[in-house]
Design a protein around this ligand. Structure first.
Ligand SMILES: [Zn+2]
Length: 426
């Protein structure tokens, strides 16, 4: 066992919500306004000289803008930094030939300003772990004569104790759609095991198979969403029978549905990490799905629901990736996120990406080398190769379709565990 310092984000509810929500609303609105001012400024500069100002230039330019002083300077800086990062990401996609990529949008829904996340860094919050309170600074424009900060009383999950963490680096005020909550970004020291080995595995997250794994030695595993699909069907039927979507019964059903999802993600991530330990895997490579998240922010979310009859948003993949990362770290396994670009279009055996290559009934068929592979496993292998470029199978017998016959694991409701398909009892 060795000690390692890692970053963790702990979510906390706000106990004095009624007392602080107006103040947090005004900060959230201010963050949206500043984002929009920055967004407008970037468009102007781009139209004039065809150049996208970076974060420092944008900050220097807008420092004297009156909206900048609505928030603490560190919070304003963070808004502009996120905006600049979103533009850089969009521009990189565009240059790579992704003509569908949209630039970051304005933050407004009709006439109402949405409540953007507000980030507080070292200088702009003061944490009192003894009384579970945190003081969040306002900007000079929003200070009134009696208070220049917001005092939130927070409640973390029972197993989280902020007084024991190495340090709290950031506090983020996040609007959940119903209320404000706090996210504490902390440095935490954990006990980690020795790395189980040097091997790599690629993971492709998706709809028809929630996870497809491609191991370095060529074998592959699929984790379909059988139980989530059944759950979704069951809950949507019952929710449809509720008279009112805000009713107590509907709320209870929604809570139950999300608790079951969380349970499934915990079980699956644990199972995958256990498998990696067995296989001597030291690095898990997983596709970065932040591109999907950006699309959602622009109101043009990809309709994932259509494909798998399942309404899974990008947060579900984020949540799963987080759980997987935490559990892997404890076992000394590194998790790397790589761009998913071209991973579904290229042949993982010969590397060819041509239009003639096609996907038929879930199989990827390569026109150049004749490889036939499960499409999700082909994607997972491409993801793996972004970190460890060696070919999985050196001249093996491709006629058998070495990636075409992955083992399938299902969630067994009777045992509550993930098991190979033939052993599942229900
Ligand atoms: Zn090929």
């Amino acid at each position: 066992m060795a000690k390692q310092v890692v970053t963790r984000t702990y979510t906390a509810s706000i106990r004095n919500q009624p007392q602080v929500s107006d103040d947090l609303d005004s900060l959230g609105f201010s963050a949206s306004k500043l984002w929009n001012v920055g967004r407008w400024t970037i468009s102007r500069v781009w139209d004039e000289i065809g150049y996208i100002p970076d974060h420092d230039e944008l900050t220097a330019y807008l420092k004297s803008h009156e909206r900048y002083d609505d928030l603490h300077s560190q919070s304003s800086q963070r808004v502009l930094q996120e905006l600049a990062e979103a533009f850089t990401g969009w521009y990189a996609n565009r240059r790579n030939g992704d003509t569908n990529a949209n630039p970051p949008g304005y933050r407004k829904h009709g006439d109402e300003h949405p409540r953007s996340t507000v980030t507080f860094k070292q200088m702009s919050f003061k944490l009192d772990t003894q009384y579970n309170r945190v003081r969040l600074s306002k900007g000079s424009n929003l200070k009134n004569y009696w208070s220049d900060f917001i005092l939130c009383e927070y409640r973390t999950r029972p197993d989280v104790d902020l007084s024991t963490v190495e340090n709290v680096q950031q506090v983020r005020a996040v609007w959940t759609g119903d209320e404000w909550e706090l996210h504490f970004v902390c440095k935490v020291e954990i006990e980690v095991s020795e790395s189980p080995g040097e091997k790599t595995v690629g993971i492709d997250l998706g709809i028809s198979n929630f996870a497809a794994l491609a191991y370095e030695d060529g074998h592959a595993e699929l984790y379909p969403l059988n139980c989530l699909k059944q759950d979704d069907y069951y809950f949507s039927k019952r929710l449809a029978r509720c008279d009112d979507s805000d009713s107590e019964q509907a709320t209870r059903l929604n809570h139950k549905k999300s608790a079951r999802r969380t349970h499934y993600f915990h079980t699956l991530s644990k199972h995958i990490v256990d498998r990696c330990v067995e296989e001597g895997v030291g690095t898990i490579v997983v596709g970065d799905l932040s591109g999907i998240r950006e699309d959602e922010e622009n109101g043009e979310s990809k309709n994932w629901g259509k494909h798998g009859n399942l309404n899974l948003h990008s947060w579900a993949f984020d949540r799963f990736t987080n759980l997987l990362t935490y559990k892997a770290e404890m076992e000394g396994i590194e998790v790397e996120q790589v761009s998913e670009r071209d991973t579904s279009k290229s042949c993982s055996y010969c590397g060819q990406k041509c239009d003639a290559n096609r996907i038929e009934r879930g199989l990827y068929v390569c026109d150049s080398c004749g490889t036939v592979a499960n499409a999700d496993v082909n994607g997972a292998e491409n993801i793996r190769q972004k970190v460890s470029p060696s070919l999985a199978c050196d001249g093996g017998d491709r006629s058998n379709g070495w990636l075409a016959q992955p083992s399938t694991y299902l969630f067994d409701k009777e045992t509550g565990a993930v098991a190979p398909q033939e052993h599942v009892t229900s």
